[in-house]
Ligand binder design. Sequence first.
Ligand SMILES: C[S@@+](CC[C@H](N)C(=O)[O-])C[C@H]1O[C@@H](n2cnc3c(N)ncnc32)[C@H](O)[C@@H]1O
Length: 358
Amino acid sequence: MSYELTKWNKAKQAIIEAKSIDEVKAIRDKAEALRAYAKQAGESLKSQNDLCEIKLRAERRAGEMIKESPDLKPGKKKQTSHDVRLEDMGISYMESHRWQKIADIEPEKFESLINEIDKEKEELTESFILRSKDKIDKVIKKEEFEEEHGLSMDFLRHADVWNFPDRGDFDGLSNLPTDMVMNVVWHYSKENDLVGDCFAGSGMTKFVCDKLKRKCVLSDINPTQDFVIKNDIKDGLPKEFKDLDLIFLDPPYWNMVKYGLNSLDKLSLKGFLESMVVLAHNCKKSLKPKGKVAFVIMPVKHNGEYIDLGFECFNIFKKHFKPIQRLCVPLVKMPHPTKEGTFIALLRDLIIMEKGGD
Ligand SMILES: C[S@@+](CC[C@H](N)C(=O)[O-])C[C@H]1O[C@@H](n2cnc3c(N)ncnc32)[C@H](O)[C@@H]1O
């Protein structure tokens, strides 16, 4: 056995046999100091990587030991003068966090990550291992989600700007991305909840509710499907809109698109906003306590005037509901250069509000 290999096996054995975090940390610190020295001295990448491997193995073992000792959580106050804290051992909060993360990697996966690097050509680093762990976690999370819900997780959004590359897999005539409605229903209702949509249009909300196992009731002034109740919101909401958990509203953005006789787009701006006042009141009546309303709206321009319908409707609904989230869901369109000071309108708001507990 070569001298190098003997040293390596000894280090590995010392990590396994170490009884305390102090001992493992000492091995880790030594390996790191030697690695830094080897790098500075221009020694081979292989030697630097071997030392890094010892450091990582020691960090992994230290991470395991920290996890096994609840009294050693970072920031823990000393109860008695004999108590030892991580800080006393020279281990910072971030180090403890990173080492525990390394310790969380499955043993076979850790070995294969260490071995997948070509030690003669690529640099082994702690961040490579941590980044790989994040990737593994994402894959596991995705697989678990898909198994539990029978759905691809790709539709889910986690930030407050929802960008969608296309209109998605609903084949009805709708301008909304299917995944936008999927997210609204997913985040703001539960399985078997009852969802209402009084501007049903193409019926996308039913498509989404079927997929996500919610019940739904839909209406529109111009029903295009037999499951949509004919109803003009100016006359109130249909009687079937009762004890709802969520109401999804995608009204005409005042006069931006023409929807036919008696549609809201035929009203003056004042009339449109008044109809929103009545709608907000009726939505509140139709929802269960703590029920949610989600409305999609965007600014319009009329006779050179900029009318921010988002702000207007926000203020109207706020009289009956508690705002809980404003999301930005830009239109799916490619902007192109325009005259200075004018912009292609992509800004679309999705406002979520909650009814009180009654
Ligand atoms: C923006 S579209 C909704 C599109 C729908 N979310 C979809 O995915 O197909 C607005 C809808 O409001 C309906 N509408 C307009 N005025 C109405 C009114 N007074 N009462 C009820 N529905 C109305 C229109 O017929 C149109 O279907």
